[in-house]
Design a protein around this ligand. Sequence first.
Ligand SMILES: Nc1ncnc2c1ncn2[C@@H]1O[C@H](COP(=O)(O)OP(=O)(O)O)[C@@H](O)[C@H]1O
Ligand SMILES: [Mg+2]
Length: 438
Amino acid sequence: MEALRIITEEHQNLWRIATTLDMVADEIDAGGKVEVPFFSSVFDYIEQFMDRAHHAKEDAFLFPALRRRSPEAAAMLDRLQVEHANGPEVLLDLRARLGATAGGGESNAAFTAALRNYTLAIKNHIRSEEKDAMPLAREVLSRDDWAGIDRAFLDNDDPLFGAKARAEFRELFHRIASLAPESIGLGARSAGELQPGAGPAGGDVLLSVNGMESCYGRIKALKGISLEVRKGELVALVGANGAGKTTFLRTLSGVQPMSAGRIVFDGEDISGLRADLRMRRGICQSPEGRQVFGPLSIEDNLRLGAYTQPKAQVEGDLEKIFGMFPILKEKRALPAGTLSGGQQQMLAIGRALMGRPKMLLLDEPSMGLAPLLVEEVFNVVKTLKAQGMTILLVEQNAFAALAIADRGYVLETGSVTLTGTGQALISNEQVRAAYLGM
Ligand SMILES: Nc1ncnc2c1ncn2[C@@H]1O[C@H](COP(=O)(O)OP(=O)(O)O)[C@@H](O)[C@H]1O
Ligand SMILES: [Mg+2]
């Protein structure tokens, strides 16, 4: 049933886009401008991602199996497939209206009304699939059905929805998040690029933590944590507020004392090493709550992230970060404190990357962000992973983190209670009940 996890992940993503469009419509109704590049990038993304890939996959693999096993579902599936088939045409109409509105031939209000109809249709469609079609699929499809469907959904070489196509979707999404108005996106004038990578090197253990304990006074916040991260892996550490996630990351990077346990990084026992020396070894953290230096300029914040690095490479690395996040370049001379929350999160990630991490630690990067930027943060994390980066991602947003992670650990009041592949944890009943609200 791996296919259902993928579909739900894509639904979440599309829902965030629809919510974002609603928010932009509100802003336009309140007197805001209709930004053509932004809407064009949204429509491009929807066309590529939703109409050509997401719906195509459902139509080709999931729905035919459902029709075979459950003839009484025909009416519902007919309706859903008609909506799929109409998608491109509705989008063409919206593009035409966007053109007319930009050219002054149609009022902004007419455009936002059409936009709202569209997002409502998207949301209703998603709801119906999640509430009607997918539960039915869980119930009636056989093991063999799922084997075939899952194989198709996981085919990495497929030109429509394989790894390469997914990288293109990420790039298109990145455009949207970059160009979206600052109230809900990054508010940049240009989009920049998330360069695709060579793919993870993969294999050897990079980090091995054994029996880590840490205390605040007499209270033991970490009660013997053991965890492993391999090169090129994306590992998620999830758990409720107060579980000890931040304490774990701080103890790992050496800013919080470890009272028992052992940390081996890249073959070296670093348990007794100072924080700055751990950073030199390649452990770089984007801390909880971003913690950018408000009065310092954006550029200086980024340079601070490179203080352990040879001077010769800093300018080049700076340009790479600016290439990923053009808004940081546009605002490079301004104090970091003037940035929005989403922009600050990109700055915090950029600052960590300036340290040329061998392992990147991210502490709740999606916390407090607008829906579009939550998706964009995970988009960036996926791209970094595709480039071969080893990542330890700490999140309360368990579903989103586990959905992109190779493996995950569930932390409860200072102890690891469950571990497994991201997918196994998402389908684990205990995890679903405790963290996913499902
Ligand atoms: N500076 C501190 N002083 C005392 N107790 C703390 C401090 N920071 C965190 N704690 C406690 O340690 C536990 C773990 O906190 P934390 O690592 O911040 O959890 P998480 O990041 O998972 O929300 C909590 O019970 C919290 O109250
Ligand atoms: Mg925390």
